[in-house]
Design a protein. Structure first.
Length: 330
C-alpha cells in the first residue's frame, strides 16, 4: 500500500526523479492540481480548478494541430529563410494574396526584365568618349544607359566617365544574359524618359558581334499629342483656344465668346402669353419665332426679356396647339 502524506511535501528545490504518474482508466474525483495518466487513452489529465480534468498537450498532439487552428498572429512571423511550398496555383484575387513562381513566369513569358537605365540614345554614341550627357540627362559614374543606335554595340552599358570606355553591365554582357525579349525601362530623358524598350532580335545574340534591334514597347514619351492636345511629362491635356475653356472640371464652350442656342415649341390654343426658361444667363439674346407647319413663316410678336434666364412672349390671339417654334440664341 502506498504511503499517505497528511501535509505538503517540500522538496526544498530538489528534483523528483523517475516520477511515475498514477495510472487510471477513468477520471477520479477532481482536485485542483491533480494529475494522472489515463492508461486506456494515453492522455495525461490535469485539473486546473478542481472541477474538471483536461488533457495536457503532448508534443505529438501539438504537432498535429494545423496553423488555421491557432489564434491569428499579432506580429511578424519569421520563417528563418524557409520556403512556403504547395501554395495553391490559382490566379491571385486579392492584393494580399501570395503569387507563385509559376504564375509570375506566366506573366513574364518570353520576357527577360533588366534593371532600369537612367537614359538612352537611338543615335550613335562613341563608346570610348561618350561625353557627360545623354538625352538631356547628366550622367554620373555607375549609371546604367541603353544604346540602340550602335549596331552590334547596342545594349545596356555602365557609364564610367566622359572620356572613359563604356562597359556592358554584368546582367547583359553575354549571350545567355542578352536574349530576345530582354526588357528595360528608361527612367529619364528629354525624348525617351518613361519609356520601355524590348530587344526583338531572334536567335543567339553575341554582344559586340550580333547587330541587335530594340523597339519601344510602352511609355508616354512615344505618344505624340494630336490637334488641340499637349503633353507635359505623364499628363496629356486639352489646349484651351478661342471659345474653348479647359480646366480641372471639364472642357467646354466659352459662352461669353460663342453663343448657345435653345429651341422650344409653344401654343395650346388657349393662352396668349408664355414664359420660356432658357437658362442662358443673359438678356443679350436674339429671338426668332416661326410656324411649325408649311410655309414655316417667321412671325412677329411682343418679346420681353424678363430675366437673365427667361423671356416672355405676348400674342394678340392664342396660338394653336404647338403652332410656333421659338429659337433663342445668346
Amino acid at each position: 500500500m502506498a504511503a499517505q502524506y497528511l501535509n505538503d511535501l517540500d522538496l526544498n528545490g530538489n528534483q523528483l526523479i523517475e516520477l511515475c504518474l498514477e495510472h487510471l482508466t477513468s477520471d477520479p474525483t477532481a482536485m485542483r492540481g491533480r494529475i494522472f495518466l489515463r492508461s486506456d487513452t494515453g492522455n495525461v489529465r490535469f485539473s486546473p480548478d478542481g472541477s474538471v480534468f483536461t488533457n495536457l498537450l503532448t508534443p505529438a498532439a501539438a504537432l498535429a494541430y494545423r496553423l488555421d487552428q491557432f489564434a491569428a498572429p499579432t506580429g511578424p512571423i519569421d520563417f528563418n529563410g524557409q520556403a512556403i511550398t504547395n501554395y495553391p496555383t490559382a490566379t491571385p484575387q486579392n492584393d494580399s494574396d501570395l503569387v507563385t513562381k509559376a504564375y509570375a513566369d506566366t506573366l513574364r513569358a518570353g520576357l527577360q526584365y533588366k534593371d532600369a537605365v537612367v537614359a538612352m540614345s537611338t543615335g550613335v554614341v562613341n563608346l570610348s568618349t561618350p561625353g557627360t550627357t545623354l538625352d538631356g540627362v547628366t550622367l554620373s559614374v555607375g549609371d546604367r544607359i541603353l544604346l540602340t543606335g550602335n549596331g552590334a554595340n547596342n545594349g545596356i552599358y555602365q557609364f564610367n566617365g566622359a572620356g572613359t570606355l563604356l562597359t556592358r553591365t554584368t546582367d547583359a554582357n553575354s549571350s545567355s544574359k542578352l536574349v530576345s525579349g530582354t526588357v528595360v525601362w528608361v527612367n529619364s530623358g528629354t525624348t525617351y524618359g518613361d519609356t520601355r524598350w524590348v530587344l526583338v532580335t531572334d536567335g543567339v545574340i553575341n554582344p559586340g558581334t550580333t547587330v541587335t534591334s530594340w523597339t519601344q514597347d510602352g511609355g508616354l514619351a512615344g505618344i505624340t499629342p494630336g490637334n488641340g492636345l499637349n503633353k507635359t511629362g505623364n499628363t496629356i491635356y486639352v489646349v484651351p483656344g478661342f471659345g474653348i475653356l479647359a480646366d480641372g472640371s471639364s472642357t467646354r464652350i466659352d459662352s461669353s465668346v460663342i453663343p448657345q442656342k435653345k429651341s422650344f415649341t409653344i401654343g395650346d390654343g388657349t393662352n396668349t402669353s408664355y414664359t420660356i426658361t432658357h437658362n442662358l444667363g443673359t438678356q443679350d439674346l436674339s429671338v426668332t419665332i416661326r410656324q411649325t407647319a408649311s410655309p414655316y413663316q417667321l412671325v412677329q410678336t411682343d418679346v420681353f426679356f424678363a430675366t437673365n434666364n427667361t423671356i416672355s412672349l405676348l400674342f394678340a390671339v392664342a396660338p394653336a396647339n404647338n403652332a410656333y417654334r421659338v429659337t433663342i440664341i445668346g
